[in-house]
Design a protein around this ligand. Structure first.
Ligand code: MG
Length: 378
């Protein structure tokens, strides 16, 4: 039986993780979870699982929860996430938090000897080198929950890294893949939130529409698979059924295919190195591939440059994007302003190499608050 700690239990990845835990009750025990703002959802989780520790967003209703669930230890806010990461029982920490808030809990969970199933790509974008260092020092496993990375992991397992020519990450193209740049001028939030293939949280859905998501994934892949950026390619594949490919020196190509259902990569990470049963098999249909269009998606091009440069720059790009997406969701800026804000921030930043964790976290906060300050009052 594996102990599971789930950060971000009420989000899209979080609730799909709960589905898997419920389907394999003899395999997994949910020990701790961080909850959201919706009391109904929280109650649903607390009454289904006997949590030992649960993290609430604020302490406003803490006493009510404590009364209702006396066996659960309730903790609160960012400090509470760390309490879960530190909880003194071994297990897997599924990090399904959205945005830069995911970084610090990942590091604390590693330091407390938990394996990591990582859906929070910002963790590796901001601090990939440091996270890899901790993974080595504490001898824990880092399993990607992103569909593309789970796919590539399976195509390179048991292979020699020197035999790899390149890896290829597929991109659906997001909500506006058939629109020209001119047509993006007056895009609404509602349009941006309707993804053609995947059902995901709002941040990653907007990131898919700007292709920033693929940029973050390229940086994530660089840290996960220890490959240089020139060996990481992206292509457009509108069906999202081939998730990743690896080209080997001898001409062999391995691809990993599967239904576009996040429960598959989540279950793969939780059951690793074994596999669980899933009765829905994907029928083989016509599939289409197109070269990536970097002019159409400038944020992806930027992400390659930023990743290659390294230092604090990936943190700045990520923070600018996070703040800009927040402003777009709040209706304060237009869709194309997201790109402008991110590009401006990256271009005007004085980079620092080999930043400490403290500097990374501080820079993330500073960049985000300066953008919210500058645009938030509109
Ligand atoms: Mg992905």
């Amino acid at each position: 039986m594996k102990n599971i700690y789930l950060l971000g239990a009420t989000g899209s990845i979080g609730s799909q993780t709960l589905d898997i835990i419920l389907k394999q009750p003899k395999m997994f025990k949910l020990v701790g979870a961080s909850l959201g703002r919706d009391d109904k959802k929280n109650d649903h989780i607390l009454s289904q699982f006997n949590l030992e520790i649960a993290c609430l967003r604020s302490d406003q209703k803490k006493h009510l929860y404590e009364k209702k669930y006396p066996k659960t230890l309730f903790v609160v806010g960012d400090a509470g996430l760390i309490e879960i990461a530190k909880y003194p029982k071994p297990g897997i920490c599924v990090n399904a938090l959205s945005g830069s808030a995911g970084l610090y809990p990942t590091i604390e969970a590693i330091k407390h000897h938990k394996d990591i199933a990582l859906a929070n790509k910002e963790t590796l974008v901001m601090a990939g080198d440091l996270v890899n260092q901790y993974i080595n020092d504490y001898h824990v496993r880092l399993l990607p929950v992103d569909s593309e990375h789970a796919a590539i992991r399976q195509t390179i397992d048991h292979e020699d890294i020197d035999d790899i020519e390149k890896i290829v990450i597929t991109a659906s193209g997001g909500s506006f893949r058939d629109l020209s740049r001119e047509a993006l001028e007056d895009i609404t939030l509602e349009q941006a939130l309707s993804h053609p293939n995947w059902s995901m949280g709002p941040k990653v859905t907007i990131d898919s529409a700007t292709m920033m998501n693929k940029g973050l994934e390229v940086i994530e892949a660089h840290h996960l698979f220890k490959l240089p950026y020139r060996q990481i390619e992206t292509i457009l594949h509108q069906e999202s059924l081939v998730h990743g490919l690896t080209y080997f020196k001898d001409g062999t190509i391995k691809a990993s295919l599967g239904q576009n259902d996040m429960r598959i990569p989540i279950a793969y990470a939780l059951n690793y190195p074994k596999r669980s049963r899933n009765n829905q098999q994907m029928p083989l249909v016509d599939m289409h591939f197109k070269p990536m269009d970097f002019k159409r998606f400038p944020l992806l091009k930027l992400a390659y440059e930023v990743g290659e440069t390294g230092g604090l720059l990936p943190t700045v790009m990520n923070a600018a994007n996070e703040a800009a997406v927040k402003l777009f969701i709040e209706g304060k800026i237009k869709f194309l302003d997201i790109e402008n804000i991110v590009i401006d921030q990256v271009k005007s930043f004085q980079n620092i190499m080999n930043p400490s964790l403290e500097l990374i976290i501080q820079t993330d906060k500073d960049v985000q608050s300066s953008i919210i300050e500058a645009y938030g009052k509109r």
